[in-house]
Design a protein around this ligand. Structure first.
Ligand code: CA
Length: 240
């Protein structure tokens, strides 16, 4: 079996795992299922996989911790499965080393589309180093878009070397977008990443802050707009 098609599923709920196995197999992948994080790590040590679908809530620990263990020895792409928004906040942080996430419940079609997109982006990454994989995605090894730098310690953004004067929400939106250049974020996802109480605001609040953010980027360089609008879907940050 071609290792580029082999996908490891680490998920403790058999019904979800069955759905994942079936969906991936239908698309021509060779999925293998482990029900615990420990079993997943052992499977990864035994042979190469093209991608890991990693549930966050596992019976023997957190998917985030298992991801760190995976990252200690491998740059294999990791797609997190999350159940709660509180988990989502952590997924959006760069330090975990995941490549993307899906929030439950999701459709099998969403999963296979996401898996294919990651594999396209990372170009079958298991044989590359983490830095090479990042480079191939058009981001620096720290996960930031090249022309946009996020300084998390000082909570500021530099665009083409120039420091932007951003509001708190503009900064948080930028940070969320820059965590995954090229990835389309829905307004809902951006809102839960940037607002303490997402329920209190309306969708168009995101639009309003994106608009002011764009104006500030435009003031630095007017040749292009690094933030792309995807009609009916949301926004993404250009990956190059
Ligand atoms: Ca679970």
């Amino acid at each position: 079996m071609d290792e580029r098609l082999r996908i490891l599923i680490v998920e403790d709920e058999p019904a979800i795992a069955d759905t994942l196995v079936y969906a991936l197999r239908t698309e021509g992948f060779a999925p293998e299922w482990c029900a615990t994080g420990r079993a997943g790590l052992a499977a990864l040590r035994a042979k190469p996989f093209a991608l890991v679908v990693l549930d966050v809530g596992l019976p023997d620990g957190s998917g985030f911790d298992f991801c760190k263990e995976i990252r200690a020895g491998s740059a294999v792409p990791v797609l997190f499965l999350t159940a709660r928004n509180t988990e989502l906040d952590r997924v959006l942080g760069l330090e975990l080393g995941g490549d993307d996430y899906l929030t439950k419940p999701f459709s099998p079609r969403e999963l296979t589309a996401r898996v294919k997109a990651i594999l396209r982006r990372t170009n079958g990454g298991p044989l590359r180093t983490h830095a090479e994989t990042a480079e191939a995605r058009g981001v620096s090894p720290t996960g930031q878009a090249r022309e946009i730098e996020i300084d998390e310690e000082r909570c500021l953004v530099r665009y083409r070397g120039q420091e932007l004067q951003l509001t708190r929400y503009e900064y948080r939106l930028m940070k969320a977008l820059a965590a995954k250049p090229g990835r389309v974020f829905s307004r809902e996802q951006l809102m839960s990443a940037a607002w303490e109480d997402p329920g209190a605001s309306l969708d168009r609040t995101v639009d309003a802050h994106i608009k002011t953010l764009r104006a500030k980027l435009h003031a630095v360089a007017s040749d292009r707009d690094p933030i792309q609008t995807h009609r009916g879907l949301g926004y993404s940050l250009c990956s190059a």
